[in-house]
Design a protein around this ligand. Structure first.
Ligand code: ATP
Ligand code: MG
Length: 197
């Protein structure tokens, strides 16, 4: 491609991008759904929390399901003044095998994070592994959807977890369905500190 052709092509690209930037004029918080079987949902969610904290924004994180597990992201972010954590005080559901207990713990964490979902001072709420809480019936889907939809207009919420219920798809503004093409675990490689948790 010669220089003139390159210039013309980039000009067309610029016109197109400028037009798209102009038409995106609405300012409001969004609902982001990070789902699918591939690796990268929670790390993306926490990466976004880091991004927001880096701008001095207020973030609230709820960690469902795997709360009692060691977590590098929690070790890093919890001491920060702009970040608040609510951690579900239980093990994986397949370890506890106690439905009543898991339901109670899930609801406790949900109740703890609810005030953040109605506080305009909170810029970003990460609900890590929330999908399971609804899928497993610990919380009614309608109750969760209602809280998400009634949140302050400028607040962004990120939900992670596999098998998101249809209701989450229906109301999310941004959806990334992360597909697993390959995972080291399937080749017998152990989960690694700093990589997998
Ligand atoms: P990460 O926290 O690394 O971003 P994730 O949130 O996308 O992963 P989860 O379903 O929450 O994935 O599972 C968390 C753990 O399971 C991580 O240790 C991750 O590496 C591992 N994992 C993720 N996807 C797969 C997969 N397709 N097969 C096996 N293990 C996986
Ligand atoms: Mg995860």
């Amino acid at each position: 491609m010669n220089d003139d052709k390159y210039k013309a092509r980039m000009q067309r690209k610029k016109d197109h991008i400028d037009q798209r930037i102009k038409s995106a004029s609405e300012e409001r918080g969004i609902l982001i759904l990070l789902t699918g079987n591939g690796k990268g949902k929670s790390t993306s969610g926490f990466g976004n929390v880091c991004r927001a904290v880096g701008h001095g924004m207020r973030c609230v994180v709820a960690q469902f399901i795997k709360g009692q597990w060691d977590s590098g992201e929690r070790n890093l972010l919890e001491p920060m003044p702009n970040v608040e954590f609510h951690v579900m005080a239980t093990d994986f559901t397949w370890n506890t095998q106690d439905r009543t207990y898991d339901t109670l713990k899930a609801r406790e964490t949900w109740q703890a994070v609810l005030p953040a979902l109605s506080s305009p001072d909170v810029d970003l709420v990460l609900l890590d592994e929330l999908t399971y809480i609804v899928k497993l019936g610990y919380l009614p889907e309608e109750e969760v959807l209602e809280a998400l939809q009634n949140r302050p207009a400028m607040q962004t919420v990120i939900i992670t977890g596999r098998n998101a219920p249809q209701g989450f798809y229906d109301i999310a503004d941004t959806i990334s369905d992360i597909r697993s093409e390959r995972h080291a675990f399937d080749q017998g490689i152990k989960a690694r500190k700093g990589i997998d948790w």
